[in-house]
Design a protein around this ligand. Sequence first.
Ligand code: 5AD
Ligand code: SF4
Length: 431
Amino acid sequence: MKYHIITYGCQMNISDSERIATILDSVKYKNTSNLKEADLVVVAMCSVRQSAVNRVHGLVEKFKNIRKNNKNLKTILTGCVLKKDKNIFIKGFDCVLDIKNIKKIPKIIKTNPRHISRYRLKYDEGDYLDITPKYSNKFSANVPIMTGCNNFCAYCVVPYTREREISRPAKNIIQEIKNITNPTSPRLRGAKEIWLLGQNVNSYKDNSINFPKLLRTVNDIPGEFWIRFTSSHPKDFNDEAIKTMATCKKVTPYLNLPVQAGDDKVLKSMNRHYTVKDYKNKIKKLREKIKNIALSTDIIVGFPGETKKQFENTAKLFREIKFDMAYINKYSPRTGTAAAKLKDDVSIVEKKRREKVLTEILKQTALEKNKKLIGKETMVLIDSNRGDYWFGKNEQYKTIKVKSNKNILGKLVKVKITEVAPFTLKAKIIK
Ligand code: 5AD
Ligand code: SF4
């Protein structure tokens, strides 16, 4: 029997899919990259924006065609699914399964999934995170430390799809990282990069172990590897976290700190619990303590009621902070969230305009910052290639392109930056 996994959305979903793969391997299913060849398709969906949900509707249509030639095709939908969408998608999938329930997949595929999905499956809180994943990347490993969210930002589905926060026991996290960074590990021969994942990593808590303490413990694990983490909430990203980032050698000088908006009134209606001044103070402290820190952010343009003037405050913040990267999103109403009750009153044309304004500022500020890196040396973890051109990310999570006629995939190489664009840097290998 062959299985095919389709993953949409963020790193957390990729990490979940790596666990689903382990489960299917354990029942002797074979992975196939060809959807049409599969006996079982598992989809890990994302619900953060309607466009992501629409992709799954598109898949349902595709399945209808495939089923004409393969009557036995079984399909399971999991990941981040909204309750109202579960009821819709159960018509297109054999089974809609809570992500916390993936251990039940072997039982489901043995029986008739349609039969199973009629029952409300009760899930086994949290312990799915301790399934050993089938890591999809040999050099960079996703390690979830928590899942779910208690913050209820007005626009966000996560508290509804992943429910309340659960932190994974620290001892399990540490054991997993020890296993994968060990050069003799059978699964990953010495991962060079660890991503600690969670919807809000800064609120991690296992008894007396908070996020900074966890970072310090991971930093003390022997081996040559980088530590990165995502996502952080500005309200929880505190002085202790800054100090820990500055003192832990393996933690890379890169931070994604989603600001979402640069206007206090909009932040308040988004239920974010910080002001623009608070955010700027955190960035100031970070830059004081970590001189070479690179910063990225997430933004939502066109949140309900956001006026042109309020948007101008976001543009002003962009010019002031000079981000290295930004993930700019057009507001998309999500059923069940607090913002869904507000009128989605910024037109799509205006949302696109705002997105473009921020992108232009970002291009300028990122280029300005990158120019200062010409001639500087940096380490790069090579993750892909096109012929003799190799690509990777440096400590600051900037994309670097180098030329080499040797196979350097998965290697940490020292390079000197020679040419820059807003989002890619060209470099020469030194070592
Ligand atoms: N509409 C648009 N963007 C959203 N995000 C979260 N919810 C929405 C929404 N309803 C963005 C936020 C978040 C990122 C993962 O997705 O910027 O940080
Ligand atoms: Fe999408 Fe959020 Fe779920 Fe990630 S956690 S897949 S971004 S809804």
